[in-house]
Design a binder for this molecule. Structure first.
Ligand SMILES: *Cc1c(COP(=O)(O)O)cnc(C)c1O
Length: 457
């Protein structure tokens, strides 16, 4: 057997072993960043190292520092695991090593993105004619959506931002909720609109945008190039903006409507939660993640746009040497993202949806929500513990006491290792934060974790 075949098999065995151990594994790593670095840090090797030794060294040094975030008891940030089917497709993606820039570089990569994109739109209830860019995550997707928005609103004002840039352009206003995700601000910095383009719309107590305030703000200074940026799924509470009201107000103002639905957009995939994102199909662009709730391995996000021509005009580039870049061509791949050479991200998303089917995706969303409610119910039953949000989706905010107590419980839970959760400040209170986003989490996991949190107090 060749070295490669032997070591690939060994790598596959190691991955399978690792994943088989996840359900029972300690979640918090025992080794720190400094310890892992200490195990690997040395001068640049002067000469080649045999394959088996490269594998052994990496596994030995990295394993103690791995966070078991792919497993069932990791509830920090909003982090999905990876479905078995998506993982094996991702392994193939690495092995095939395709460049997903365009169909000339890899017909398979682009064709599978075409199909996976169509499936995504159907599951999320988005227009069939929308274009889908397979990006690194919702940060990338927000950048793509707001780049298209910037191009269009300025074009409506008679300004070609692609050609003339932003110096001298009519100022663009961006109306966005007070509880937006930080990636929106970064996107606006990167796009040259700057944070001062933001007109912050006040939030309701649950974190959703106050749509009455939005409507009033839009009537003021009507006629200026305007982008409205809504949110489906607040990272703290899970609340979704009232997208019907947002879309009505945005349409009346002839604004571009972008929706950051990194994880919340998946509410559309279940009949039980679809009402939370009613009106979603009326937006002009959407940001959604694959690596959060769909449980596709990193990096995976979708920048979706209702206007493929605007999408491609804002992002595509061309050059004489780029075979496949001919007039009248079908758009796809690199035309819809801010990258050039790119991993073939469609394979893993295709495999995730192929393995789950429509009912499996709905079940994934529903079970995460049910487990979040179970967390809330069981934690609330503990003396001195309360739940600080209305658990509408997969996010739970837990009050265990004052700031000092909360920070102490957080550290103690993390050190214990049964689960990993983080904390947040919400409405002036320090709270523990739980996000249920992993396909493999069970009721038993939740009950075990509730006990661990109770112990940590
Ligand atoms: C996670 C998240 C993002 C950023 O997504 P990445 O996948 O980390 O790039 C943006 N918006 C919301 C609401 C999120 O939850």
């Amino acid at each position: 057997m060749s070295d490669l075949r032997h070591e690939l098999r060994r790598a596959a065995e190691l991955v399978a072993d690792y994943r088989e151990r996840l359900p029972a594994a300690r979640v918090t790593p025992l080794a720190s960043r400094a310890e892992v670095r200490g195990a690997l840090d040395r001068e640049v090797p002067g000469a080649p190292t045999p394959l088996a030794q490269v594998l052994d060294e990496l596994v030995a040094a990295a394993t103690p520092g791995l966070m078991a975030s792919a497993g069932p008891r990791y509830f920090g940030f909003v982090v999905g695991g990876s479905l078995d089917a998506a993982l094996i497709a991702d392994v193939l993606t690495a092995g095939w090593d395709q460049n997903a820039y365009n169909g000339a570089l890899s017909p398979a990569a682009i064709a599978v993105e075409d199909v996976a994109g169509r499936w995504l739109k159907e599951l999320l209830g988005l227009p069939a004619s929308a274009s889908v860019g397979f990006v690194t995550g919702a940060q990338g997707a927000n950048t793509v959506g707001l780049a298209a928005a910037r191009w269009w609103v300025l074009q409506q004002a008679g300004w070609d931002v692609g050609r003339d840039g932003l110096f001298g352009a009519p100022p663009v206003r961006v109306l966005v909720g007070a509880e937006r995700h930080g990636t929106i601000d970064r996107t606006l910095r990167l796009l040259g609109l700057g944070e001062r383009a933001i007109e912050q719309v006040p939030a309701l107590p649950n974190g959703a945008m106050n749509t009455d305030a939005l409507a009033v703000a839009l009537k003021r200074e009507a006629g200026r190039p305007t982008i409205v940026c809504a949110q489906a799924g607040n990272v703290n509470t899970g609340a979704c903006d009232n997208l019907v009201a947002v879309a009505d107000a945005a349409r009346a103002a002839k604004a571009w409507l972008h929706v950051d639905g990194a994880f919340g957009l998946w509410a559309a995939a279940s009949p039980r939660t679809r009402h939370l994102v009613e009106g979603i199909e009326r937006a002009d662009s959407w940001a959604c993640d694959g690596h959060k709730w769909l449980n596709v391995p990193y990096d995976s996000g979708y920048g979706i746009c209702a206007h493929p021509d605007v999408h491609a005009t804002a992002l595509a580039y061309t050059a004489a040497y780029l075979t496949g870049q001919v007039a009248g061509r079908e758009y796809g791949g690199g035309d819809f993202v801010a990258e050039s050479s790119r991993r073939a991200r469609g394979f893993a998303t295709w495999a995730a949806i192929r393995s789950l089917g429509r009912s499996g995706v709905a079940e994934l969303v529903e079970s995460s929500c049910a487990l979040a409610r179970r967390f809330a119910d069981r934690l609330r039953a503990i003396d001195g513990v309360s739940i600080a949000n209305d658990v509408v989706l997969n996010q739970v905010l837990v009050c265990v006491g004052d700031e000092e107590m909360t920070n102490r419980v957080e550290r103690s839970v993390q050190d214990d290792g049964t689960l990993w959760l983080g904390s947040t400040t919400w409405r002036g209170r320090r709270l523990l934060r739980i996000s249920v986003s992993n396909w493999s989490t069970t009721e038993e996991d939740v009950d075990r974790c509730v006990e661990a949190i109770a112990r940590a107090r």
